[in-house]
Design a protein around this ligand. Structure first.
Ligand SMILES: [Zn+2]
Ligand SMILES: [Zn+2]
Length: 165
């Protein structure tokens, strides 16, 4: 998503309002987790002595699979975004994003924030019982009758996940 910064780039303190809705920078920012629908960003871009400071809120919905039972998990992100953009080549060393010319692309900054804030593991519910390690039955739905109930259900879910993949 590119922002035209020609109005603020030469004026210290100038501020640009950004209200944007559109497809995510990456539909699947983390393997097995997809962003659903549009990403919404609302905020400002301020020229702070040549450094452009982005400040705002990002909202996105996502869909993934429960790591115990592989059932569908849906969630939403609402993130405060604060990032700096620099026009000089040493931006990386200063932990800033680089911009060139009169267009500033905030996609990578938004995507990095999405990746950092997505949960590492998704769980359909705290009580999820996972899949039976013997027969693969979803133990949230059935009691399959296999023995092996003493195994930690989280380990079962993980194991069957790896067996299937
Ligand atoms: Zn589950
Ligand atoms: Zn079973």
């Amino acid at each position: 998503m590119k922002v035209d910064i020609s109005d603020i780039i030469t004026i210290n303190g100038a501020c640009l309002k950004i209200d944007w809705t559109g497809g995510p920078p990456e539909r699947e920012p983390v393997e097995g987790c997809t962003i659903e629908g549009d990403v919404i960003f609302s905020g400002t871009l301020t020229n702070n002595s040549g450094i452009l400071h982005l400040d705002g809120w990002l909202e996105a919905a996502y869909k993934s699979a429960c790591y115990r039972c592989l059932g569908e998990v849906r969630g939403a992100l609402r993130l405060r975004i604060k990032e700096d953009f620099s026009g000089s080549a040493d931006s990386e060393q200063n932990d800033m994003y680089l911009f060139e010319g009169k267009k500033l692309d905030i996609s990578r900054a938004l995507n990095d924030n999405i990746i950092l804030n997505l949960p590492m593991k998704h769980l359909c519910s705290e009580q999820c019982r996972g899949l039976c390690s013997s027969c693969g039955a979803n133990l949230n739905e059935v009691r399959c009758g296999c023995s092996g109930d003493s195994i930690d259900p989280r380990m079962e879910g993980l194991r069957s996940f790896f067996e299937k993949s």
